[in-house]
Design a protein around this ligand. Structure first.
Ligand SMILES: [Fe+2]
Ligand SMILES: [Fe+2]
Length: 207
């Protein structure tokens, strides 16, 4: 292993994710993942977040949908491989959500990822989590606001990116708006809302 590879063990992560998604015919998903990583960088730079926080969240962005084109059975195998149980709510109500937990398992197994903030951000990126710190909420906002999303003009996600880039208070407000949008959509479509999203909403309204 070269000294460069040792100094940054994740240097080949973007290429590996691109190849993984391309192998499964999911080039659009790769464009989204890259756009999320770019959006994290943009928010992180505007908000003057510590370099370590931005780097950790960019890493979470590369991981977050890396397994999205795999099957539910594959996701369950990755989760079992780290000796964890799949979220029973997701398994019953919305198995698609399991791509997130599987991606966190993949990060542990394939990339020796040990940063708990990164892992919980990846694992819960579709729902959010009431105990998240900056990495989780930064990924959550970037995942929803990246400019290739179909809803980006309608929701004016560019202004949410600017808001999120205004440091901790701005990120907090942008995250609350994204959480509200996502929960409203679920309710309008008659879909059940994940308990973690409801807990995150409740935690914000108590704050
Ligand atoms: Fe996802
Ligand atoms: Fe995503």
């Amino acid at each position: 292993m070269s000294s460069r590879a040792q100094s940054n063990p994740h240097a080949s992560l973007p290429e590996a994710v691109a190849a993984r998604l391309a192998d499964r015919g999911a080039t659009d998903r790769w464009q989204h993942v890259r756009s999320v990583a770019d959006t994290v960088e943009e928010i992180g730079t505007r908000g003057d977040w510590p370099k370590t926080v931005v780097e950790a969240t960019v890493r979470a962005a590369w991981y977050h949908d890396a397994l999205k084109a795999d099957s539910v059975d594959d996701w369950l195998r990755w989760i079992a491989a780290v000796d964890q149980e799949p979220d029973s709510w997701a398994a019953t109500e919305a198995p698609k959500l399991l791509h997130a937990h599987a991606a966190a398992a993949w990060a542990v197994i394939e990339w020796s990822e040990r940063d708990e903030e990164v892992l919980t951000a990846v694992q819960h990126h579709p729902t959010s989590h009431p105990d998240w710190g900056t990495v989780g909420w930064l990924l959550y906002v970037a995942d929803f606001c990246e400019p290739l999303r179909d809803h980006s003009e309608k929701i004016d996600t560019a202004s949410l990116i600017v808001l999120a880039g205004q440091g901790p208070a701005g990120l907090e407000r942008a995250a609350a708006r994204v959480l509200n949008h996502r929960v409203q959509w679920m309710v309008q479509r008659g879909r059940a809302v994940h308990p973690l999203s409801l807990a995150a909403l409740a935690a914000r309204s108590e704050a």
